[in-house]
Write a protein that binds this ligand. Structure first.
Ligand code: BDR
Ligand code: CA
Length: 319
């Protein structure tokens, strides 16, 4: 029995690692993918997702999302992920056709087809899930559970001084999604920056990816090595040294296995009005809002164990 997942992502270097990881797992069924604009424009994300699903053998619907956030103009992170989203990787042309539905509709259709079964995994901005909620407010009760990479709780931002990328791109969408899923039967799991930044690839992991690309005929092995090398160059230019924070795969692997981190309940909301702090995720540790917890926050990450798990899964699946 494979667990079905819908992945909404802005591929993106670490998104590509997460998709590859999912394709390597025998216990996962990738049921569909929504291409959300974020790291690069939605059309470029979509192309990356169509190419990667083709190369990974994932015969699943890939649906294009909206081309802009709910309120503000789009912004992109080509300094972080490269102009085409996958760093130095050179992609072949896609051979797979896109799904004709819009991204929001794919959320709704897959959730209705399999009520209570589908796990939602958001690895980019929340735009398309927020649009889906407008059309189907029952989504929080139709999904098995929602897992999100986003936000930064009591930690600096990586986009604004206090804001994390996936929330900063579309704060209104993130705020609506968190509010709606606060009523879900199972709280959403939020993997925020203070947890995901514990996952650091060093020269050792880059070398392992490079060795995999050299010995394996699988084209995705070369794509990942060339993409991650660009990610290292960005992190060095940003002052972090020769390394890379690898966010999305931790949230993904935790959603699949329940392993590599614990969780703790917390009421979290998104700052929409702050002149300096728009897009910040605020966690209410002392219950000052008088609200029930809205998320299960990833905590107590086991980075070494996880990094080994991730690399060995990719080596086994793409080797
Ligand atoms: C998040 O932002 C994106 O650039 C990454 O893919 C990840 O989802 C980290 O802040
Ligand atoms: Ca992402």
């Amino acid at each position: 029995m494979r667990a079905p997942f819908l992945i909404d992502c802005d591929t993106g270097i670490d998104d590509a690692i997460a998709l590859s990881y999912l394709a390597c797992r025998a216990d996962v069924e990738v049921a569909g993918i929504v291409s959300t604009g974020g790291n690069v424009p939605a059309a470029t994300v979509h192309r990356n997702n169509l190419v990667l699903t083709g190369l990974l053998g994932l015969e699943v619907p890939v649906a294009l999302g909206a081309d802009r956030p709910l309120v503000e103009p789009p912004m992109f992170a080509d300094d972080t992920h490269g102009p085409a989203g996958l760093g130095h990787a050179v992609l072949p042309d896609p051979v797979r056709a896109e799904d004709p539905r819009r991204g929001a509709q794919l959320w709704i259709d897959l959730a209705r087809e399999r009520p209570g079964e589908l796990t939602g995994l958001v690895l980019g901005p929340h735009t398309n899930l927020a649009l889906a909620l407008e059309l189907e407010p029952e989504l929080p009760r139709l999904l098995r559970r929602l897992h999100v990479m986003g936000g930064s709780i009591h930690h600096r931002g990586n986009t604004g001084p206090t804001s994390e990328w996936n929330i900063a791109v579309d704060p209104e969408a993130a705020q609506r999604v968190l509010a709606a899923f606060a009523t879900a039967p199972r709280r959403p799991v939020l993997g925020a920056l203070q947890a995901t930044e514990r996952i650091v690839f060093s020269a050792t992991q880059l070398e392992r990816l490079e060795q995999l690309a050299e010995r394996s005929p699988h084209p995705v092995a070369r794509i990942l090595a060339d993409a991650v090398r660009f990610y290292f160059e960005f992190h060095r230019a940003d002052g972090f040294g020769w390394m890379a924070h690898v966010h999305d795969p931790l949230v993904t692997a935790h959603a699949v296995t329940g392993d590599f981190a614990g969780t703790r309940p917390l009421a979290v909301d998104v700052e929409l009005a702050g002149t300096l702090t728009r897009g910040q995720t605020v966690g209410d540790e002392l219950g000052r809002w008088g609200r029930e917890p809205t998320v299960d926050l990833l905590a107590e990450v086991r980075p070494a164990e996880f990094v080994e798990h991730l690399l060995s899964t990719l080596e086994a699946g793409l080797g």
